[in-house]
Ligand binder design. Structure first.
Ligand SMILES: NC(=O)c1ccc[n+]([C@@H]2O[C@H](COP(=O)([O-])OP(=O)(O)OC[C@H]3O[C@@H](n4cnc5c(N)ncnc54)[C@H](OP(=O)(O)O)[C@@H]3O)[C@@H](O)[C@H]2O)c1
Length: 255
């Protein structure tokens, strides 16, 4: 509902409703870090829309979150028409966060990585956020935040395209921070975090892989989605932060 103001205090510019300003769109919010962020925002009484490709995943997340301030919307950020449709009729937004990425075909030795698979990673990790920025800009009031990753700094063997995509995304953040100003644009860069992405990357070896990773980190553990949700909250809430990459990686960048 729009804010009602008396004529004596009428503001000279368009009044954005408080409901809209408190509305955050999380693309990728059906699972992992995005889902943890949705839970955190809802717990503070804010309005949230989670978006992703799988209707089943969004429905399961909605049941899990169980809030009448939660909305769901289908989108594939690799598809411009789909992104355009998402923003038609969504109304004013305070914040947009992108955690979506499809890395399932991103890891392979250079000689065995088909160009189509490399492009698939770039499409969701780099051009997806670029498309979201393009269509979100007219309705976005406060901040745009994307999800980079430790691979930009500590690339894995057989991870050329994943390292490239994360580094490129951070370049996009700096450019958008100027072009979308005064909307703030930042990246959160997670280290290894226990989310469903590892099921697709490691399969049955997930627990073993994560335990081995934990032993290598200064903090001695893998990240939890709530660790990253807290970092997103810090970025969303700090009005002096823009063009920045916030590292939340248990010290991974040091080892
Ligand atoms: N987990 C880690 O260790 C780690 C480390 C560094 C960086 N990251 C980055 O952190 C971000 C969040 O990952 P996560 O760990 O939370 O994984 P996740 O649970 O797999 O979340 C990714 C979400 O993105 C959605 N998605 C994937 N492709 C999409 C597309 N084309 N359009 C719209 N939605 C799409 C997925 O839902 P649908 O499949 O239903 O679309 C899913 O809900 C990713 O960018 C990832 O690269 C993760």
């Amino acid at each position: 509902m729009p804010v009602t103001v008396s004529p004596a205090f009428a503001w000279p510019t368009t009044v954005v409703s408080m409901t809209d300003i408190s509305h955050t769109l999380i693309i990728g919010g059906g699972s992992g870090m995005g889902l943890a962020l949705a839970r955190s925002l809802l717990a503070d009484g804010l309005e949230v829309t989670i978006a992703g490709r799988s209707r089943d995943r969004l429905d399961a997340a909605a049941v899990d979150l169980g809030s009448d301030r939660l909305h769901t919307a289908p989108v594939d950020i690799a598809d411009e028409d789909s992104v355009r449709r998402l923003f038609q009729g969504i109304g004013r937004l305070g914040h947009v966060v992108v955690t979506a990425a499809d890395m399932s075909h991103g890891y392979a030795p250079l000689a065995q990585l088909p160009l189509a698979d490399a492009r698939g990673v770039i499409d969701t990790k780099v051009l997806g956020p670029w498309l979201v920025a393009k269509y979100a800009a007219p309705v976005l009031a406060e901040s745009f935040t994307v999800t980079s990753g430790i691979a930009a700094y500590r690339p894995a063997v057989n991870g050329t395209v994943v390292a490239t995509a994360n580094a490129a995304l951070e370049g996009l953040v700096r450019a958008l921070a100027l072009e979308l100003a005064p909307v703030r644009v930042n990246a959160v860069s997670p280290g290894w975090v226990d989310t469903p992405i590892w099921t697709s990357l490691a399969g049955d070896a997930k627990d073993e892989r994560l335990a081995a990773m934990a032993a290598r980190l200064p903090v001695g553990r893998i990240g939890h989605p709530d660790d990253i949700a807290a970092a997103f909250r810090a970025v969303l809430d700090n009005g002096f932060l823009t063009g920045t990459v916030l590292h939340v990686d248990g010290g991974h960048h040091l080892v």
